[in-house]
Ligand binder design. Sequence first.
Ligand SMILES: [Zn+2]
Length: 277
Amino acid sequence: MYAILTDDRDLARADVGEVTHFFAESVDGTRREPLAGTVNSVACWGDTAAIRETPDRAAVTADGRRATPETDGHHWGTVCPTDPDYRAGLLERLERVGAAGDVRLTTLGFPGSAFCRCERCERTFAESEYDDRSAWRSAVVTEFVADASDRVAGDLLATLYPDPYPGHLRERAGLAPAALAPHVSEFVVPLCSPGYETTYWVETLARGFADELADLDAELTIQLSAGNVDADRLAGLTRRLEPYAETIVYGTHPGDEDVVRDAIRRVREGEAVATPA
Ligand SMILES: [Zn+2]
């Protein structure tokens, strides 16, 4: 199946693929009216506006480094996943967005293995039933996803960080796919790169996820970017990924619409396409 991801309402309604993912809430803190008939995408703990307003809300490392856009390796601000008020507000928003249909969760979990070591997280971990911090972090995220699935009427999709190496997702973000799978219908893995000058890594990662998720009752969706790439290359890449993923979703700006339509048409019609390196 083919889908697009966009924040443009007209493009979202243009029937480019069978499904549309619509950015209802983005990592910069922008919130849009959810769009019925689409998979509304909601940034969970990635919320730069929230940490600009209340800097103490940002997840933090033991040496005091906060998850802000200015911190190396972070492109947006990330709220601490145990912040109770933020969590409650997020679940309320998910319930509202979820009334419009399916929901995709992005920026799930902790923003890196060194996060979050705020006083509340230290205390909550110490008082928890877990001796292992990584197991505790995974429980925090899994409980949230379970609560979210109770509030969303349609399907729930969870976006994973693109690292299929066994144990890495759990260690990095607190994401444990086997624990999450009962609560979600799909895992979405973004494998985005402007232009796809090389593509071997896309196939490698897609195959890794297909193996890692093979025994779980959840589908795999791979997200590609449609910017700066021609239809032939995008179609070739799509074809190479199809053994591993049920759905390919293309991150699409209005200017890329024709490229995505053409790529989907070429794959559907079995037209000869380039096999990118
Ligand atoms: Zn914390």
